[in-house]
Design a protein. Sequence first.
Length: 224
Amino acid sequence: MTKKRPLYPYLIALLLCLTQMAGINVYGQEQHKDTLRVPPPIPVDSLQQAIEASQPKFTPNPVKATWLALVIPGGGQIYNKKYWKLPIIYGGFAGCAYALTWNGKMYKDYSQAFKDAANDNWTASSIIDLLPPGYTDRVSHSQITETLRRRKDMYRRYRDMSIFAFIGVYLLSVVDAYVDAELSNFDISPDLSMRIEPTVINAQPQGVVGRNGSSWGVQWSLRF
């Protein structure tokens, strides 16, 4: 009488086959998803940079910038689109105008007071307004006259310096507009490097045939 073989080895083998088939199916689906993956979108910054690079770059004309700066103070800087320089230029003009007005007024007052003191008119309002009360009684008239003369000359010198400073700021704005427009096309290469390498130097005298005058040396070059 023969023994019946148990069925569980066959069931285990069948279960293993089904598990392996299911794994192969899942792996195939994952590979199919990878092949259908949508490429990432192009960043907006890169697209904006490409658009800006395709647009023509503004190149100022040095002659036009100079004429605008001569006619209108700060006009050259506006034309060159260097707006951050306008507060500096107009601030210089305002400071020079204030110094010119103040020194001119003081020169006028001391000049009138000196004229009155030279004419012995010590009760004039020009002298009384500039000197402390009772100052003419404590100090000699000659000393007061000399002091008024020195103050008059000092404020006249400051007034003249203010005029030259005003003209200097004006000329500086014109020169800045011209130089800025002229150097707008100046290409500054980012490759700033120094290179040292061996080289062969041909030191053979001219007209000498059959003589080897070559020698080894070092070559130094600077790129800017």
